[in-house]
Design a protein around this ligand. Sequence first.
Ligand SMILES: [Zn+2]
Length: 79
Amino acid sequence: MTNNIVLQCPECKKPVHWNNKYPHRPFCSARCKQIDFGDWANETHRIAGQTQHSNGDNLDDSLDGSFSDASTGGELDQY
Ligand SMILES: [Zn+2]
């Protein structure tokens, strides 16, 4: 009953049988798996990079302001 599960390769839409003949399921082959994983990794990397960049900018700006304020005051007082 559970021996006949057939999926669709997310990459090329070929039928993929859920058995040991398809070790890369749900992909039909290692190539499709790699293509999909590459897309995903690239996208994640790109989004993470953008988020990190803009976050870093904002964080840097606010941190810079308060940090230099505090440190200048403290250090000026000390010196
Ligand atoms: Zn495929």
